[in-house]
Design a protein around this ligand. Structure first.
Ligand SMILES: [Zn+2]
Length: 453
């Protein structure tokens, strides 16, 4: 901010200052949230979401923010709270700040620590959810509580959303909210949440902070082959197993062509500039490997993909079954779904058909505008070597639900990470942990961001 601009505004506290105590509670809250075992086993089975959500509601209630709790099924609880204190510009549409409270399960015997103890050791908070995503949940709570205590309103209204069931696709969390409680969550122009905002160290004085602006779609397909049932000793030229197996093999062996989206291209350009190398699509994966584990995440986003994952047919060795089925985990780049389905149709041939088990198309938003500028400014204020870059993520998040409301979604959960931490490997990994410094950094960036966003 220049001097002239400073004179025109009249904030009690200059916007460039971080709110007193914004990062004070973040480590403790992250550790406490991890102690709620909110394991989501899929197929509707989970633990602890209700208890964790009530704990969050209590933390907001302590500072006078009222929450609405909704349940899709018993114990599958999500929370929505509108925070629009005095001083907020109510003429602006709300910003959604969202996080899920469920986690994937953890096998305790594989870990160095109890995954649900929230232990703080060697400068890190350890436990399931430390990076996915109780870290960001804790940042949000720490910052909001500090701001209320300091009497500092965000620039515009904030809609806080904490969801159940993200780790199983969100049907009992975010998608339940948009389908059954649309008024609670509608109306936000933009949203921030996972998975992005963390740093990749290029040099001591340059870190790329990858902001997620797009995610691949999920096109989970069931393949079905119908044939003529019969005795296994007879000739049968209409064997469902044979037809299905051939179709599955063709899909598995297919090499999907590169389809570079605009987010992907912007990421590759930034990497190429930062590393000082030319990137051509031929050697792009090799160059990305120099960035460490992010290459695993980015490498999977250059093209559509389809992996056979399950096969089912028959019940007896000498009986040819009338039907055989297979499951395909298909992932599509933004704008790539039609090409994906056309290719699948060609690969499976006439005798096999497909139906969707899950159809959640890819989403994408532009990496531009005031919100993106605020991200860059707030990162640089805490890390002069920061450069925000967009990227396309291979997995899916609750953003796919909010996108259906017309909300532009960004993965922006800021963390300045040590260069040697295999951060991407922490997601759903063993010994998941997050440095306490990184959490405090994230809280300060988020605090600045709420001032400007
Ligand atoms: Zn997550």
């Amino acid at each position: 901010m220049d001097a002239a601009a400073t004179q025109q505004t009249e904030p009690v506290t200059p916007p460039e200052a971080v709110t007193e105590g914004a990062d004070r509670e973040v480590v403790d809250l992250c550790s406490k949230l991890i102690r709620f075992d909110t394991s989501n086993y899929g197929n509707g089975k989970s633990n602890g979401e209700r208890e964790a959500t009530e704990y969050v509601a209590g933390l907001l209630d302590e500072v006078g923010i009222e929450s609405t709790l909704v349940e899709s099924e018993k114990g599958r609880t999500s929370l929505v709270a509108d925070w629009a204190p005095e001083g907020v510009d109510t003429s602006l549409p709300p910003l959604m700040v969202h996080g899920h409270l469920d986690v994937v399960p953890a096998q305790a015997e594989d870990w160095q620590v109890d995954p649900f103890a929230g232990e703080i050791r060697d400068g890190c908070v350890w436990g399931r959810g430390a990076v996915d995503m109780k870290d960001f949940d804790a940042m949000v709570l720490s910052v909001v509580r500090a701001r209320v205590r300091a009497g500092r309103a965000p620039r515009r209204p904030v809609k806080l959303v904490f969801t159940a069931d993200e780790e199983a696709g969100g049907d009992l969390g975010a998608f339940f909210l948009i389908n059954q409680h649309r008024d609670l969550v509608a109306g936000c122009s933009e949203a921030i949440g996972e998975v992005g905002g963390f740093s990749l160290t290029i040099r001591d004085d340059l870190r790329l902070y990858v902001v997620q602006t797009a995610e691949k779609g999920m096109a989970w397909l069931n393949l079905i082959a119908d044939g003529t049932a019969g005795h296994g000793s007879m000739r049968n030229d209409d064997n469902a197993v044979t037809e299905l197996a051939a179709a599955v093999a063709r899909i598995g062996a297919y090499e999907w062509p590169y389809r570079i989206t605009s987010a992907q291209q912007a990421f590759l350009d930034a990497v190429s500039e930062a590393l000082g190398v030319e990137l051509s699509t031929d050697d792009v994966e090799e160059t990305l490997a120099r960035l460490g584990s992010i290459s695993r995440m980015v490498g999977a986003t250059m093209a559509n993909s389809a992996n056979p994952t399950m096969l089912q047919a028959g019940y007896k060795h000498n009986v040819i079954p009338g039907q055989a089925t297979a499951a395909i985990d298909g992932r599509t780049v933004p704008g790539g779904q039609q090409e994906f389905l056309d290719t699948i149709t060609e690969l499976i041939g006439d005798k096999v058909r497909y139906e969707f088990a899950v159809n959640k198309p890819a989403i994408e938003t532009e990496f531009s505008g005031a919100l993106v500028e605020a991200m860059q400014t707030c990162l640089v204020a805490e890390d002069p070597g920061a450069r925000a870059v967009p990227y396309l993520m291979s997995g899916g998040t609750d953003a796919k639900a909010w996108d259906r409301l017309g909300t532009r979604c960004f993965g922006f959960a800021p963390l300045k990470l040590p260069a040697d931490l295999d951060f991407v490997g922490m997601f759903h990994g063993v010994d998941e942990r997050v440095p306490t410094d990184s959490l405090e950094f994230g809280a300060r960036v988020l605090d600045r961001f709420l001032q400007q966003a």
